[in-house]
Design a protein around this ligand. Structure first.
Ligand SMILES: *Cc1c(COP(=O)(O)O)cnc(C)c1O
Length: 355
């Protein structure tokens, strides 16, 4: 039976990305060695890093004066590395979910943190609007897509101070005005690669200003200066990232990814709103195009487990909602297909007919 991968992360990748990476794992560039056993300093690995960085710059239209860095440690390491490098006196944080809150917690280790707004009291079912941003803060930290709760800040925020964004789960799904940011970071395992590499975009002239001594590995300058080759970078995940970036470019770039994201989300939210059994969990205007969360309507609550079983028996993978939301979550990252979404919608329709 065909499987449809709706996992929240690590998550679906284009088939050709997986196949091309598999070939290089067996024989890297005809060298007779595996991608897994070559030196990261091998002559033919440097072009992989260079092309991956160049493609990220090209696809996101990153202006001059920014560097792209590949590190390990996941987005979670960035929760501390960001304030270590950029928090001078005070930072502003928008609390829109579990990840946003974790980022804020780490920043407190480095200085004053102002929570500009929070939707925690409403179980993060919306993104706060019209909050004050202190103009004396060094940066405003936002989480553009809230992977667990299914809300998203898809339209660029208007901030009087530079922003820093955790874009782990919606990077490369839409155009971004990078000039508004001091830094953007993303664990690659949602929309860019397999797990193991984190992509950080930093504004060069903002580095080296923090009034603290930084361990060598924590200072972004170490990695900018050495082209992410200060120590051994995650070689295979970087190769997979390169293949994914080539795929995004060949498909038409982030504008096309954005169009597809809207197309998929329109189909699935359309069915959630139409089908008497289901309802969405978040405020309509804040609905994520990447992580589509829904539950059984109250009068059909006891059908939750049966629907999950039915969907799983018919090839759906990863649609169980996060335990803090319950219900279902269908993650629709770049590589998700309209076919996959339609297959899920068909199951929802069939299940409605049966009940
Ligand atoms: C998955 C995720 C994280 C955590 O990423 P790790 O790479 O596992 O540390 C952080 N922020 C967001 C928005 C995420 O979706």
């Amino acid at each position: 039976m065909k499987k449809y991968n709706f996992n929240a992360g690590p998550s679906i990748l284009p088939r050709e990305v997986i196949e091309n990476t598999a070939k290089q794992i067996l024989d890297f560039n005809g060298s007779g060695l595996s991608l897994m056993e070559i030196s990261h300093r091998a002559a033919d690995f440097k072009p992989v890093v260079d092309e991956a960085m160049a493609l990220i710059k090209e696809l996101l239209d990153i202006p001059e004066g920014y560097s792209v860095v590949f590190l390990g440690g996941g987005a979670s390491l960035q929760f501390m590395q960001i304030p270590a490098n950029f928090l001078i006196h005070k930072a502003a944080y928008l609390n829109t979910g579990t990840w946003a809150k974790k980022a804020q917690k780490e920043a407190k280790l480095f200085g004053d943190v102002v929570e500009v707004a929070s939707s925690a009291d409403a179980n993060y079912t919306f993104v706060p609007k019209n909050f004050d941003i202190p103009t004396d803060a060094d940066y405003l930290h936002i989480t553009t897509n809230n992977t667990i709760y299914g809300t998203e800040i898809r339209k660029e925020l208007d901030s009087p101070i530079p922003m820093i964004a955790d874009m782990s789960s919606d990077i490369m799904s839409r155009p971004v005005d990078v000039s508004k940011y001091t830094a953007i970071y993303a664990g690659a395992q949602k929309n860019m690669s397999m797990a193991g590499v984190t992509v950080i975009i930093v504004k060069d002239d903002m580095l080296g200003k923090a009034p603290r001594q930084l361990p060598t590995m924590i200072d972004y300058r170490t990695h900018v200066e050495k082209g992410s080759m200060f120590n051994t970078p995650p070689v295979v995940p970087i190769y997979t990232l390169l293949e994914t970036m080539r795929w995004v470019k060949a498909q038409g770039g982030v504008k096309e990814m954005d169009r597809r994201a809207h197309e998929r989300a329109d189909i699935l939210y359309g069915e959630i709103d139409r089908n008497k059994l289901f309802r969405g969990t978040v405020k309509e205007e804040d609905r994520s195009l990447m992580n589509i969360c829904f539950v059984m309507n109250d009068e059909y609550k006891d059908l939750e487990k049966p629907f999950l079983d039915y969907a799983m028996a018919n090839g759906m993978v990863g649609i169980k909602g996060h335990r803090s939301v319950g219900g279902f979550r269908a993650s629709c990252y770049n590589a998700q297909t309209v076919e996959g979404v339609n297959a899920l919608v068909d199951l929802m329709k069939n299940f409605e007919r049966q009940h």
